[in-house]
Design a protein around this ligand. Structure first.
Ligand code: NAD
Ligand code: WQD
Length: 340
């Protein structure tokens, strides 16, 4: 019997790429998503790319315990990947209650339904943002956390809730994955990141500037203590992140309790590095101007991915050039992508 995985938030950016990876590796996929930040079209495309199996979409809010329990009752779920969350840092400062309600309340609702249905395997989406305003480079999982906004706090609270619950419920096995900066798109150009409105994150903003949809990039500060003065991040291809989730599921079998891993490349790239790589990948110019620092930004955030590579032999296969090439392909290939 193939393993049946419930993917919450599976219609979203990372979730839809993970669905492709799971289907291609013989998993059955059920998605629970309220489509608040996604479209069912992403799952149709995921099925088209995978060419084997179709994710079954249940349009529910994961905080609705009765609806979630019905999904577990209707499907024999073996394991869960929990992506569903709100993820915009700036918005979380304006809407803290909504962020805690969705991210923390969604996680506790899921845990209680998993307990009710005796499902013990869980992969959780955490974030490098839990490390907060740190100067340490690179970051290991044992470095101190210090979340600086409600979004990051919500992820750290979930990690604590999961750790406490694992202590109480020995049947619960959790892998919490702290992603650094997932970017890029499926190489087909059919799935990718397409935020509503003006993008807040660098890669989708740069893609729209290169496409002529936005006039120029504002670079938030060139006076950081980094090689070129602009912020340095650990950009990681969304397909490498998707593969990481498949490996996580495979390794959950033998796990006990909870473990936390960074998912990053270990390579830092500055804003100017990314602009240059995008210009090379797209053949377009990306005009920019330097503006002031964005409040809350840190100079450098780079993962030490040693632990995860030792544990599962996970290493990233795609470099910054591939991330830019695939993001550009998604930007240009499909005029109807706005429906995704
Ligand atoms: P996304 O917004 O594209 O996907 C999240 C999905 O969850 C969406 O499809 C949305 O409709 C769904 N959702 C939101 N609230 C829901 C609810 N109450 N019930 C059901 N579905 C709901 O985001 P993403 O970039 O794919 O991120 C996935 C996960 O990874 C999130 O937990 C996010 O916090 C985490 N993460 C993302 C990044 C990043 O840079 N993209 C970095 C670190 C961690
Ligand atoms: C990257 C760099 C900016 C936009 C965010 C979340 C984090 C995690 C990953 C979810 C920084 C600079 C950006 C622009 C710029 N997500 N920049 N001009 O802030 O590292 O991380 O996504 O968990 O929680 O905070 O990503 O893409 O916004 O910024 O100069 O228009 O690009 O200052 O140095 P960030 P980002």
């Amino acid at each position: 019997m193939p393993t049946k995985v419930l993917v919450t938030g599976g219609a979203g950016f990372i979730g839809s790429h993970t669905c492709v990876e799971l289907l291609q590796h013989g998993y059955e996929v059920v998605v629970a998503d309220d489509l608040s930040n996604s479209s069912p079209r992403a799952l149709e495309r995921a099925a088209g790319i995978a060419r084997v199996g179709t994710p079954e979409l249940c349009v529910i809010d994961i905080r609705d315990g009765a609806a979630l329990s019905q999904v577990f009752a209707d499907h024999r779920i073996d394991a869960v990947i929990h992506f569903a969350a709100k993820k915009a840092v700036g918005e979380s400062v304006r809407l803290p209650i909504e962020y805690y309600d969705t991210n923390v309340g969604g996680t506790t609702a899921l845990l209680s339904v998993m307990r009710e249905h005796e499902v013990g395997r869980l992969v959780f989406s955490s974030s490098c943002s839990v490390y907060g305003s740190t100067t340490k480079v690179p970051l290991t999982e044992s470095d101190p956390v210090s979340p600086t906004n409600p979004y990051a706090s919500s992820k750290w609270m979930c990690e604590q809730i999961l750790a406490d619950t694992c202590r109480r419920l020995p049947s619960l096995q959790v892998l919490s994955l702290r992603y650094f900066n997932p970017v890029g798109a499926h190489p087909s150009g059919l799935l990718g990141e397409n935020p509503h409105g003006v993008p807040g994150n660098l890669m989708p903003y740069v893609a729209r500037v290169a496409a002529g949809q936005l006039e120029r990039l504002s670079i938030f500060g060139d006076d950081y203590p980094t090689p070129d003065g602009t912020g340095v991040r650990d950009y990681v291809h969304v397909m490498d992140v998707a593969e990481g989730h498949r490996l996580a599921l495979e390794h959950l079998q033998g796990e006990r309790g909870m473990r936390t891993f960074n998912l990053g490349t270990g390579v830092g790239s500055s804003v100017l590095d990314l602009v240059a790589a995008f210009e090379a990948a797209s053949g377009r110019r990306v005009p920019y101007r330097i503006t002031g620092r964005r409040p809350g930004d840190v100079a450098t955030l780079v993962a030490d991915p040693t632990a995860v590579s030792r544990a599962w032999n996970w290493t990233t296969k795609r470099d910054l050039a591939a991330m830019c090439r695939d993001a550009w392909h998604f930007q240009t290939r499909d005029p109807a992508r706005h429906a995704c």
